[in-house]
Design a protein around this ligand. Structure first.
Ligand code: ZN
Length: 315
């Protein structure tokens, strides 16, 4: 089956959500949409195949029953999850466990994630890392609510990339739209939620002890986020990160580019522009807001047009 698997997916409303995801062509049920789980086999929101041989099949079922499309890999669950997030307000300050802690305490994978900043309003910031040098100091500062001293804030702008390994203190700030590539996990330990209340007047649950257990010490050990760029006649291809869990790339097509498969399968999200995807002479249109998987039988493909895309591959 030499065809791309285009996906339709699930929107999630959040107290910090907004309306920016409309710009990707999605029909929003409210003005508080925070996340589009674009490529997901996670039970909290599974993508469905839109086209071709496997039309209407959920991605988790496809992965379970047609492992040949995914290089006959042995991971028991589809390991990656791609989301677009619209942060109209600060997300909670949070941390995710690694696989060992996640499996032991939550029965699912830990979560390493990474962010490509699609847009950011002037002055937008993220929390990325913290200032505590020891676990004792970390616990003291959390219990004292010394957030201004503890949390490291970083200004961000469109086009930047941040790798967020499990254990990293992090939060996405107001006015930021990101493409997130992550391990397929929904385990979040909330450290601080700005004392916000939801529509029913309730505070959201915090997970202070788990956070103190899993936060990286010292908190300023962060990836260098160094991007390497290769320029071709009709494209510019960047390697954003090669991590233990996934490799992530940015593909900017200015005219066209012929790709050869380098991993068992590839997840692709179109962030801007439009063009054509050509697999052995079968041509389909692609545009901003589309998400698809190039499964294992697809050995090569050509993309034509003016497009900006994020691609990811499992390790
Ligand atoms: Zn997170």
């Amino acid at each position: 089956m030499k065809e791309a698997l285009f996906l339709k997916s699930v929107l999630h409303e959040k107290i910090w959500g907004g309306t920016h995801l409309k710009e990707f062509g999605y029909d929003l049920p409210s003005d508080k949409v925070g996340e589009y789980w674009a490529i997901s086999a996670h039970p909290h929101g599974v993508s469905i195949v839109k086209n071709g041989t496997y039309a209407q099949m959920p991605l988790d079922k496809l992965y379970a029953e047609h492992r040949e499309l995914f290089g006959n890999r042995t991971e028991s669950v589809f390991p990656l999850l791609t989301k677009i997030l619209d942060a109209n307000d600060w997300l909670s300050v949070q941390v995710h466990p690694d696989d060992a802690y996640g499996q032991k305490h939550e029965g699912e994978l830990g979560k390493t994630e990474c962010w490509y900043i699609i847009s950011a309003k002037p002055g937008a910031e993220i929390v990325y890392g913290h200032t505590a040098k020891t676990r004792v100091q970390l616990a003291e500062m959390i219990h004292a609510g010394a957030w201004d001293e503890l949390l490291t804030k970083v200004p961000v702008k469109a086009g930047e990339f941040y790798h967020v390994p499990s254990g990293t203190m992090h939060a996405i700030g107001a006015g930021i739209v990101i493409l997130e590539t992550q391990q397929s996990s929904d385990t979040t330990y909330r450290v601080y939620d700005f004392d916000r209340r939801d529509a029913q007047g309730n505070l959201r649950e915090l997970h202070i002890q788990q956070s103190i257990d899993v936060l990286t010490i010292p908190g300023d050990q962060l990836p260098d986020n160094k991007v390497t760029v290769e320029t071709f006649d009709g494209a510019e291809l960047s390697t954003l990160v090669k991590s233990d869990f996934f490799d992530v790339f940015k593909w900017v097509i200015t005219k066209n580019h012929a790709f050869k498969k380098i991993a068992d399968y590839t997840l692709v999200s179109v962030l801007d522009g439009s063009g054509q995807l050509d697999i052995d002479g079968q041509v389909v249109s692609i545009k901003k807001g589309d998400h698809f998987i190039l499964p294992s039988p697809v050995e090569s493909w050509k993309i034509t047009g003016q497009l900006e895309m994020i691609a990811s591959q499992p390790k």
